[in-house]
Structure formats: structure tokens, C-alpha cells
Ligand binder design. Structure first.
Ligand SMILES: [Zn+2]
Length: 485
């Protein structure tokens, strides 16, 4: 095994054992690939991530909505998913194992796949065999739909949504009323989506049921965008589809014609802002432009935000697309309704600028980036996650289990009203510190015998092990100030 794989396994074990993410579920019945349960710590972490998403979108004038996760076939016919949302599938002639063809080629011939050839040509050229039994594959690559079918009522064909976005576009006429018939306006959604992946691996990076977050900006004049002025000097690493990687400001991106409009450049900035707020270090972020062959046919502009993971290298984590008027025109055509807005130039169909990403990838990314194991052995694991995103923010620890100390400790915990804390009185104080380090708790508050006399406690910091004496009635304020970010 390579070092990378050892780390992946170690991280997967840590995520499982500490109660972040469990699965594949249902474990009790042997497990089904691509489905996971968030355990108590994972759920706290995911909630924090989602809080940050809400905060950033709301502060930038996007409004949150929540749409159904199941829609009738007609919707997916209009969106193009029923026809085109497929992965290439190959089947082993002998053992009948199925594989996602493009992933198999990439896995067996890493970095060697010639993008000008189709996947069957590559399989033949490299004489790839079934990894399980060593036999040949069937002659043809099949289209495997990622759509999960279901039935509504007695016999209405319907599908679980493969992305949240389409369901965000559907209430357009209602938005027009709510936003008083004016564009631009922004809406966002956080919710479940479903993709029937052929054989999902890579932990929660590829799930069959996952959480997506997306912001959609409905706009007519993409260059008339005042908000851009405040952000144009922000810097970011770029990988354009042609030319060398570079570091640039958002303003320079526009000047260099790497992007076409101010509103789109601003959307890229929002994506970076989101990821920074969720705790991803800027040094591990970059924007990569889609090449002509990967860009969706309706997209006028497409960049991905990529994050550098310790386990998987650079991973695509967020797509930022100028979807033009494609979606609204499709839904107008299939529904027979007018989806347009009155502007100074008459009725116009707004364009949509989309920022879309998987929330689970971010959660995994945070665990991957901040997990640290000093050396082999017990008790040296640390999760150095930023304070404001840590699942548990403080632990209250009476030095010993004596009523005069536990009484104070319980009162201290009750005072931490805006902080998620745990109370722990079992084991030596050293062991309890390590237990908290392991799950990323940034502060331990220890109540000792001096606390009875001076009405103070010791606050220990996770990363430096520095200890400070703080008055009991000031603890909540001190910690809350540290959580702001
Ligand atoms: Zn086989």
C-alpha cells in the first residue's frame, strides 16, 4: 500500500470510531455502498458547515428555500436529466461484475488516459481486464442512468432529484412576485439529492444519497454588478484551461478576460468566501477552468473550486456555472408557461449564475485536512480544526469527582449558553484532555480546588496546551469572542 492509502484507511477508521460518520449503511445488514449515517460528532460538524453556508449566502442577499426532493418525470425530461444524466458502464464477461468505465481506466492507467479516445478504445488499447477475475469485458459500454426512479400515488413515474438546482428553478413565477418583478435576485437551497452511482467508493466523496448546497443568481445584466467593486482585489490561485497556473485578483481575472462578466466573477468570489468560512484554508483552494470537452453545452462559463486533500489530492468540490437562460427556457417550453421578466428592454428571460457543491465533501475535507497523528500509539491524535467550526467547542472538567468541584463545573457548563460543550468527570485529567484533543475540542475548562477560593477556572487551549486562569463569570464571554470568525 502507498502512504496515501495508509492515510486514507487510518482516516476512515478515525472517522468511524470517533463517531463522525458511520457506514456504508445499513451496517447491521451488511451495508449498501454509497449510504452513510452521520454520528453525533459528524452531525454537529455538518450543522456547523451548514450554518456557515446560510450565513454567507444570506449576508450576500440570497434567500433560502426548500423544495421537494421528488419530482415527476416531466421535470427531468425538461431539465435533460432523463436523457443525458448517465455514466458509462462495462460488464465483465465472466463474473458479471460492473464497473464505471472511465473510473476503471483512470484507476488502472492513472494519468495515461488519452482524452481524444473513447473509453472502449482505451480499454482495448491497454487490454484492461476485470480486476476481480482477470477476464475480458463485454464489447459495448452501456449508458447507466444515475436517476433513482420511484412511483408517486398509484402509477405516476417520478424520480428523486439528482441535484437540488432544478427544483430551485421551478417556482420562478412565485419568485417574480416575491421579488416584486425585479431581477437580480438570489435564492439558495441546502438539501438531499440522489445519484444511483454504479459502484461508489471514496467514502463520502461519492454517495448515492448526499447533501447538496447551491446558490442561484437570476440576472439580466451581468456586467451591471456594483457588489463586485468591494471584492475585486481578493486573490486566488487559478488554473485556466489554457496557459499556466497563476495567482490573480478577481479584478485581474476580468481584465485578462479569463471570465466574461462582473456578476460571474463575483460568484467565483462567493464560492471562495463560502469555503473559507467553512474552515478550508485558502492555501488549499484553487479555481480551475473547465476545458471545452468537459463544459456542459449550455454553460457560457464554468470553473470548479478545487480543494487539496491529504488523502485524494486536488478534489473538485464546487462548480460555478453561468447556465445562461437554458433552464428557464427549457421549463417554459415543457410547461407551456411564460418564464420571463419585464425589463427596460421588454420581456426577458433571466440568466442563472450557479454555485453548487456537496456538503459531505466539505465535512470529509475538514476531517482530512485537520486530522493529525504525531506517531504510532495511543492518545496522540489531534483534530486541529478551526475553533469556529469545531463540533464540540468546550469541555468542562472537574479535576476530581468531588461535590464541591462538580457543583461549580455544572454551573460553569450551564453558563455556556451559545457554545456546544460536554461535561466529563471520568478518568485522569490528562486522559480527558487527550480525549478532547482527539475530537478537536478547542478549549478545556478545568475546575480545581483553587476555583473554590478564587472563583476562577483554567482554560486550556488544544493546539498550544497553554493554560490561562479565567474568572467563572467571564468564561462564556472569552470563549464566544474566540469563536467569532
Ligand atoms: Zn470478472
Amino acid at each position: 500500500m502507498e502512504g496515501n492509502d495508509i492515510f486514507k484507511d487510518e482516516l476512515a477508521r478515525y472517522i468511524q470510531e470517533k463517531g463522525f460518520i458511520w457506514g456504508p449503511e445499513p451496517e447491521l445488514y451488511g451495508g449498501s455502498a454509497g449510504f452513510y449515517t452521520y454520528g453525533p460528532l459528524g452531525k454537529l460538524l455538518k450543522n456547523r458547515v451548514e450554518e456557515k453556508i446560510r450565513e454567507v449566502f444570506t449576508r450576500n442577499d440570497y434567500w433560502e428555500i426548500e423544495a421537494p426532493t421528488i419530482m415527476p418525470a416531466k421535470v427531468w425530461e425538461a431539465s435533460g436529466h432523463l436523457r443525458g444524466f448517465t455514466d458509462p458502464l462495462i460488464v465483465c464477461r465472466k463474473c458479471k461484475s460492473v464497473y464505471r468505465a472511465d473510473h476503471l481506466v483512470e484507476e488502472l492507467m492513472p494519468g495515461k488516459a488519452d482524452t481524444s479516445k473513447n473509453v472502449m478504445q482505451l480499454i482495448k488499447q491497454y487490454e484492461l481486464k476485470c480486476p476481480k477475475c482477470g477476464h475480458d469485458f463485454e464489447e459495448t459500454v452501456k449508458d447507466h442512468t444515475l436517476m433513482m426512479k420511484t412511483t408517486v400515488g398509484v402509477d405516476t413515474e417520478a424520480y428523486n432529484r439528482p441535484e437540488t438546482a432544478t427544483t430551485t428553478y421551478l417556482p420562478f413565477i412565485r419568485y417574480a412576485d416575491f421579488f416584486r418583478k425585479k431581477v437580480p435576485f438570489g435564492v439558495f437551497q441546502i438539501g438531499k439529492a440522489y445519484r444511483n452511482e454504479i459502484s461508489p467508493r471514496q467514502h463520502v466523496l461519492r454517495m448515492r444519497e448526499f447533501t447538496q448546497a447551491e446558490g442561484q443568481l437570476f440576472i439580466v445584466k451581468k456586467d451591471d454588478w456594483e457588489k463586485f467593486d468591494a471584492v475585486e482585489s481578493g486573490k486566488i490561485s487559478l488554473v485556466p484551461s489554457s496557459g499556466k497556473p497563476l495567482t490573480s485578483t478577481f479584478g485581474e481575472m476580468l481584465e485578462r478576460k479569463l471570465v466574461k462578466s462582473k456578476a460571474y466573477a463575483w460568484s467565483l468570489w462567493i464560492a471562495c468566501r463560502l469555503f473559507a468560512s467553512m474552515g478550508i484554508p485558502e492555501s488549499r483552494m484553487r479555481l480551475r477552468e473547465h476545458g471545452p470537452e468537459e463544459k456542459a453545452f449550455y454553460a457560457a462559463e464554468a470553473w470548479d473550486l478545487e480543494v487539496e486533500f491529504n488523502s485524494f489530492g486536488w478534489v473538485e468540490c464546487c462548480g460555478i456555472h453561468d447556465r445562461t437562460d437554458y433552464d428557464l427556457k427549457q421549463h417554459a417550453k415543457f410547461s407551456g408557461q411564460t418564464l420571463a421578466i419585464n425589463t427596460e428592454n421588454g420581456k426577458q428571460v433571466p440568466h442563472i449564475l450557479e454555485i453548487a457543491f456537496g456538503v459531505d465533501r466539505v465535512v470529509y475535507g475538514l476531517l482530512d485536512i485537520y486530522y493529525e497523528k504525531k506517531e504510532k500509539g495511543h492518545g496522540l491524535t489531534k483534530l486541529k480544526i478551526p475553533e469556529h467550526i469545531a463540533p464540540v467547542q468546550a469541555a468542562v472538567l472537574p479535576l476530581v469527582k468531588k461535590p464541591e468541584l462538580t457543583r461549580i463545573a455544572r454551573a460553569v457548563q450551564a453558563g455556556l449558553k451559545h457554545i456546544i460543550s460536554v461535561y466529563d468527570e471520568t478518568g485522569s485529567i490528562g486522559k480527558r484532555y487527550l480525549r478532547q484533543d482527539e475530537i478537536g475540542t478547542p478549549f478545556c475548562i478545568t475546575v480545581d480546588f483553587d476555583s473554590i477560593k478564587d472563583n476562577s477556572v483554567t482554560v486550556r487551549e488544544r493546539d498550544t496546551a497553554a493554560q490561562n486562569r479565567v474568572k467563572v463569570d467571564e468564561v462564556a464571554g472569552v470563549l464566544e469572542a474566540r469563536m467569532k470568525s
